[in-house]
Design a protein around this ligand. Structure first.
Ligand SMILES: [Mg+2]
Ligand SMILES: [Zn+2]
Length: 200
């Protein structure tokens, strides 16, 4: 059996939703996010970011900015004793921009290309895993990879939950105020499961 993971959407889940993080200065961690990821680290869950960054295809910022932003994210988390096990992003858009970024890729959520990469590199078992995100497509994505889905009400979450959820093909297993509450819920669920692995 592979490792269990909590897949994390980025914008609106880890950091403030600002439309597009088109400058390093616009990246700000949401409250309690570092604590949430630290909890995952402590309980031996892989914390893996899966993010669509179509701003590259749209010409809003270069792909190199994504790397800078992710370095900032890692640095901020590290200050609070938390780390990510992997960060995977899709810079594409199916209809906008110029090739190679304009393409019908296999990595844009809810497509599953990024997960396939993560599963291989980190030896993960998505069916033992969770996906946390703030959009309906994150929930659909969770369903595609057969992970359990949690919607957070940060970012677009509250509005999507209130106004768009009737259009969703699938519903989340749980709705949480923020990532910290989502992680607490996951750990609680798992502590109440029959012991499938090692004990606490
Ligand atoms: Mg998001
Ligand atoms: Zn892609």
């Amino acid at each position: 059996m592979g490792n269990r993971a909590v897949f994390l959407d980025r914008d609106g889940t880890i950091n403030e939703e600002v439309g597009y993080v088109n400058h390093l200065e616009r990246f700000h961690l949401l409250p309690r996010v570092a604590q949430a990821i630290r909890l995952l680290n402590q309980h031996e869950w892989k914390a893996v970011v899966i993010t669509n960054q179509s701003g590259v295809a749209r010409g809003y910022f270069p792909e190199s900015l994504i790397h800078q932003v992710h370095q900032k994210m890692k640095d901020l988390l590290k200050k609070d004793g938390a780390h990510l096990d992997g960060i995977y992003y899709c810079p594409h858009h199916p209809d906008i921009g110029i090739p190679p970024y304009r393409q019908k890729c296999r990595c844009r959520k809810p497509s599953t290309g990024l997960i396939e990469e993560a599963v291989k590199e980190l030896d993960l078992d998505p069916s033992q895993s969770y996906m946390v995100g703030d959009r309906g497509r994150d929930i659909e994505f969770a369903h595609q990879i057969r992970a359990k889905a949690i919607l957070v009400l940060t970012g677009y979450g509250r509005g999507e939950w209130e106004y768009s959820r009737d259009q969703w093909k699938v519903k989340p297993e749980h709705v949480a105020e923020d990532l910290f509450e989502a992680v607490q819920w996951i750990l609680y669920q798992e502590s109440n499961r029959p012991n499938l692995g090692k004990g606490e």
